[in-house]
Design a protein around this ligand. Structure first.
Ligand code: KE4
Length: 430
């Protein structure tokens, strides 16, 4: 890490827990201190010491058009002189709601919030209020933000009434959450037979990105839809990452499955703080002030976030955007696989559209157990080598690579070449 980043990190650690405003950024999972970023443009980041990186974190998903996209910059410049927040309804929110409802198949009505956590927390409260039930089912390896009822770790053994995932989460909210293996329809069926009438909602990342990318067995997703319907529970798709990412209409469009509620975030804010939840009108109408389930937010629907998000969605509606993302992502990830193979390193690549992960293993990666069996030490060495090469990856094996429309062929080629060098290094250090 450069001298300026180090000085900043030393100071930051005195002022903020771990020197960061979100834990993963501290680099503890890879044993490397983080570079401090000074600016970004297109697919590039520059750190405060002037080093350029090709960026595959893309702010953890939002920057699907790359950084400082001209349309987004123009939208923000045109907005900022009109004020930054009113705390009152605006035409921008109407346009955003219209855009989301038009693009997301299951949405009749939507509410804007300020983060993915707020979106999932609100969707859970709505499901509980609407059904009058309390139990929630989630899946191991899926992350839905840091609301108490969703910060749980799966115990071992059968379907487990979860144990709090960290201090400060009282046993009570966590105790209403069951955590089950992802992609295991048998275990889910068993749990629903046992608890179905008490389950308010089943929440799932339809394409998980938070254990690295794991591809869903479509029969599993279809089973979630059928069994929630059978038992009167709501199905919540957490598409904070997969929304507008794995296809224009997200995983629900890709797999043709309509959840009762969907949580969104990231891309719809164009890089500004945002989240949203929505779904069937007869469910959403339970939310205050129309209904009696409360949720609120000072900056919800903020004009700047709406302007950046609208500009982003407008670009994503253009013809050929998802075909371009698919072509670039296929080239990148097949290039990574070929480079690893040529250096005798066994990797598995999971990819869904322009999000993907590379695992150091010789067997399929289909759930959290198989993710945890991958070689984390090899990932750490690969990560350090790629950062030295100027390729900026998420500092954790349990995250995704994101490709944007701003990733050009030259950068993709450079990434593959850097990976080949990194695989060669791993090969020599067996
Ligand atoms: P936020 O509260 O961080 O905006 O969103 C929470 C969230 C909800 N659902 C899914 C599927 C998510 O991936 C997230 C947040 N994603 C992580 C990275 N995978 C954010 C990065 C961070 O925590 O710093």
């Amino acid at each position: 890490m450069g001298k300026k980043s180090k000085a900043l990190f030393d100071k930051a650690k005195k002022l903020m827990p771990g020197g960061v405003n979100s834990p993963v950024r501290a680099g503890r999972a890879v044993g490397m201190d983080p570079p401090f970023i000074s600016r970004a443009k297109g697919c590039s980041l520059w750190d405060v010491d002037g080093k350029r990186y090709i960026d595959y974190v893309c702010s953890w998903g939002p920057m699907i058009l790359g950084h400082s996209h001209p349309a987004v910059v123009k939208a923000l410049e045109g907005r900022i002189s009109k004020g930054t927040s009113y705390g009152a309804p605006t035409a921008l929110e109407v346009a955003m709601a219209e855009g989301i409802i038009e693009m997301v198949p299951s949405m009749d009505m939507v509410r804007m919030v300020n983060s993915g956590t707020e979106a999932t927390m609100s969707a859970i409260r709505l499901a509980r209020g609407y059904t009058g039930r309390t139990k929630i089912i989630k899946f191991e390896g899926c992350y839905h933000g840091h609301a108490d009822s969703l910060l749980v770790c799966a115990g071992s053994g059968l379907a487990t009434f979860a144990i709090p995932g960290c201090p400060g989460v009282p046993a009570d909210p966590a105790g209403h959450t069951l955590s089950l293996p992802f992609n295991d329809l048998g275990r889910f069926t068993e749990a629903m037979e046992k608890h179905g009438p008490k389950v308010a909602a089943v929440i799932v990342e339809p394409v998980p990105g938070n254990m690295g990318v794991v591809l869903p067995d479509v029969a599993f997703l279809k089973g979630l839809r059928e069994l929630t319907k059978k038992h009167g529970a709501l199905l919540i798709f957490d598409e904070v990452i997969s929304g507008f990412r794995v296809s224009r209409g997200g995983a629900q469009e890709l797999y043709g499955i309509k959840p009762d509620l969907t949580c969104l975030g990231k891309i719809i804010g164009g890089g500004l703080p945002v989240g949203a939840y929505g779904g069937k009108k007869e469910i959403m109408q339970s939310m205050a002030p129309e209904g009696n389930i409360y949720q609120a937010g000072t900056l919800s629907g903020n004009p700047l976030a709406m302007a950046a998000g609208l500009a982003t969605l407008k670009e994503l509606r253009k013809r050929g955007v998802y075909e371009e993302l698919e072509e670039k992502s296929a080239k990148l990830f097949s290039g990574l696989e070929e480079a690893a193979g040529s250096e005798g390193i066994q990797v598995v690549v999971n990819r869904a559209g322009s999000m993907g992960s590379l695992f150091f293993t010789d067997r399929g990666v289909t759930d959290f157990e198989t993710v945890k069996a991958c070689d984390a030490q090899k990932f750490r060495r690969f990560y350090a080598s790629m950062m030295a090469e100027g390729v900026y990856l998420a500092p954790s094996a349990f995250e995704a690579w994101f490709v944007s429309t701003a990733h050009d062929w030259k950068s993709i080629g450079k990434t593959i070449e850097s990976a080949r060098k990194s695989f060669a290094m791993l090969s020599q250090r067996r």
